[in-house]
Design a protein around this ligand. Structure first.
Ligand code: HEM
Length: 355
């Protein structure tokens, strides 16, 4: 039998998966389909993240592979943007029409979206950073369901398997660590000295730049603000020191690589690496917007009610907008110097196009 549109897409099965709780509310179909479409997008996001991670996780990433990583992550970004918009469809459900069938959903909740948990894990969310609600770990919540009902055990097994994978963040760090700095490669005999010299030079220039800004700021804001402004600048410099000189030498080189790419973005050889970093920053930004948009939609629909999963609802969801899975990509923005104050690039010819 040759294929056709409905067979190829499995439409008979797909369109029969909306039974729900059997509640007579005409809005339940709407509620289920909106959730299902999100979960389908999550499935695609997971596949794209794995493809991107696989390219980036190889011990040596050829230059021509970076566009593939950017391509897959760019697709994730478009899906997330669409997801943000998609909450508008959910919002056509008026609060009282949702209340008509909400109780029949207990204790089902978006909390149990194991695919979102896998996305977080695959991106690199550290377990110690995960927000708990009322002492409950959201992953524990999923594990408990699997323990109570053997039919649900596969969900926890999926999450566990994802936990054993290399995260995008780990792959990104390993790749950044190998960035040549002023022509010096990780592992070269004098690499450590050269990297330290780069970071120290960067810090001295930043120190002069930041301290110089105190006078300019006070001239505009008034002399009375000097103590507060000075304290803020000193705190910023302390933060900069922590970023540039972490104790772990591998992490120091990772940060140095990141700072080098962001500082010398115009060098031809860094064109794709910087696009990759921009794409990941965009991904994180879209994920924060996604969480924020979901929280606003929830607030509009159920106000400050307790969630069907038992969390504080909107308060919990708002806390999750604070997640930063790639904190260093944000920290480096505070560290950057204006172009005219940058140390000149050494061995610049190594960063040109070949041929
Ligand atoms: C009327 C519509 C919706 C309401 C009232 C609602 C409400 C909530 C609430 C209160 C929570 C917090 C957990 C809890 O205690 O239950 C939550 C979590 C969640 N919801 Fe929704 N939601 C709605 C629609 C959606 C849709 C359309 C999606 C599709 C993506 C979704 C995905 C999630 C996810 C993934 C979580 C877990 C978030 C996290 O822990 O980071 N929700 N939702």
């Amino acid at each position: 039998m040759s294929t056709n549109y409905w067979r190829y897409l499995g439409l008979e099965r797909l369109l029969s998966l909306q039974e729900g709780t059997g509640h007579p509310s005409p809005d339940e179909l709407h509620f289920i389909i909106v959730h299902q479409t999100f979960e389908l997008w999550f499935k695609l996001v997971l596949s794209q993240l794995r493809l991107a991670r696989d390219h980036l996780a190889s011990p040596k990433v050829p230059e021509e592979k970076i566009p593939f990583v950017v391509h897959h992550l760019g697709r994730v970004n478009e899906i997330l943007k669409l997801g943000v918009e998609q909450f508008r469809v959910m919002e056509t459900l008026p609060p009282q029409d949702f209340l008509a069938f909400r109780d029949s959903l207990f204790p089902a909740s978006g909390f149990q979206s194991f695919q979102l948990r896998e996305i977080e894990i695959l991106l690199g969310l550290e377990e110690k950073a995960r927000i708990h609600y009322g002492g409950m770990d959201p992953l524990e919540h999923i594990r408990k369901f699997g323990q109570e009902n053997p039919e649900d055990a596969w969900v926890w097994e999926r999450v566990l398997a994802t936990r054993n994978e290399t995260s995008l963040r780990t792959a990104l760090h390993a790749w950044l660590t190998r960035t040549p700095i002023h022509g010096s490669h990780n592992g070269d005999p004098e690499d450590q000295d050269k990297v330290t010299a780069f970071l120290q030079d960067y810090y001295s220039r930043s120190e002069a730049h930041h301290r110089g800004s105190i006078d300019r700021l006070c001239a505009g804001l008034g002399e009375a603000t000097r103590p507060a402004v000075t304290a803020r600048v000193e705190a910023a410099l302390e933060g900069l020191k922590l970023f540039l000189f972490p104790e772990d030498p591998a992490l120091r080189r990772t940060h140095a690589g990141l700072l080098f790419i962001e500082s010398y973005r115009e060098l031809p050889l860094l064109a794709w690496p910087r696009l990759l970093l921009d794409t990941i920053v965009e991904l994180e930004e879209q994920l924060v917007l996604f969480r924020h948009r979901h929280a606003r939609m929830v607030e509009r629909t159920i106000g400050r009610r307790v969630g069907t999963g038992g969390s504080s609802g909107v308060d919990y969801l708002d806390q999750t907008t604070g997640y930063r899975l790639f904190p260093e990509l944000w920290q480096v923005r505070s560290a950057l110097l204006p172009r005219e104050l940058l140390p000149p690039v050494r061995q610049e010819e190594k960063y040109g196009f070949a041929g």
